[in-house]
Design a binder for this molecule. Structure first.
Ligand SMILES: [Cu+2]
Length: 284
């Protein structure tokens, strides 16, 4: 029965075998990373649940379709059906998908509302994308700086540098100035760009949005643990797109206060920055 299928089956097994011994496979990841924010668990669970539903749906539907194509083929003498419709079947294949979609839509909508609720932040950072670096302005305390690619990566990236990039622990994933935030505080990010569209993405913080010139996008996170979390620009923005990484360091509140003072901040206290027409007018 499978006489004609041996060749493609052997070819598939050979390709899978080659992939299995490829060292690059070590970097493969089949699931979203474990996040470190208050929303990351919810987003990961939702993603998994919906992925499982979609996978089961695809396997069942394509399975039925594949079986029908194989079992009722013309060479086996199959004849075209003569009925025009089947009310019971039509009700079943309409009602079941409606319930499945509602089942997925309700938690998705709840999640989106939570993700988009950037109100009442403990602090606000304006992040600006440039070709090819990120600018950070802490609106509550006046700290501001640029985050450029770290010197070691920049040196190694030069033609004929003689440096083996495999020897660099965080090649193209490190910066000279990290964005530092306190753990357990709601950090709002106001995101824009100065030249072309960039995109700010830190996988473990579960946030990613485009930085668009002339627009201010908003997103937020509350980190639940301290540590260093890396990301990168994810919108192809020109020659140096791969050379503008993001490094976020989450520290304790005390360490954050010290960092603010060390970096010339006005006050280590966290406060809510109200961005409104009134305050802009008052500031003028
Ligand atoms: Cu880019």
């Amino acid at each position: 029965m499978f006489k004609g299928l041996w060749k493609p089956i052997c070819a598939t097994v050979a390709v899978l075998g080659l992939l299995a011994v490829n060292p690059a496979l070590a970097a493969w990841q089949l699931d979203m990373p474990v996040g470190v924010t208050t929303l990351s668990g919810m987003i990961r669970d939702l993603h998994r649940e919906i992925l499982i539903i979609c996978t089961i749906t695809a396997v069942v539907l394509f399975g039925i379709m594949g079986y029908a194509l194989f079992a009722f083929r013309k060479s086996r003498g199959a004849k075209a059906a003569t009925f025009s419709h089947n009310t019971t079947a039509e009700i079943i294949w309409t009602v079941i998908p409606i319930f499945v979609l509602i089942y997925m839509a309700v938690p998705s909508a709840r999640g989106i509302l939570e993700i988009e609720d950037a109100g009442n932040p403990d602090m606000t950072i304006k992040v600006t994308g440039y070709q090819w670096k990120w600018g950070y302005e802490y609106l509550d305390n006046g700290v501001s700086f640029f985050a450029n690619l770290d010197e070691l990566s920049a040196e190694a990236a030069r033609l004929d540098s003689g440096i083996d990039v495999m020897d660099i622990e965080h090649y193209l994933r490190d910066v000279d100035n990290r964005m530092v935030v306190p753990v357990g505080k709601k950090v709002r990010i106001l995101l824009t760009a100065n030249d072309v569209i960039h995109s700010w993405w830190v996988p473990k913080l579960y946030i990613k949005k485009d930085a668009i010139p002339g627009f201010i996008n908003e997103m937020w996170f509350t980190a639940t643990e301290t540590g260093v979390f890396r990301g990168q620009c994810t919108e192809l923005c020109g020659r140096g797109h791969g050379y503008m990484p993001i490094v976020v360091e989450v520290v304790s509140e005390e360490d954050y206060a010290v960092w603010v003072i060390e970096n010339g901040g006005e006050s280590p206290t966290l406060s809510t920055t109200e961005i409104s027409t009134d305050s802009s007018v008052a500031a003028l």
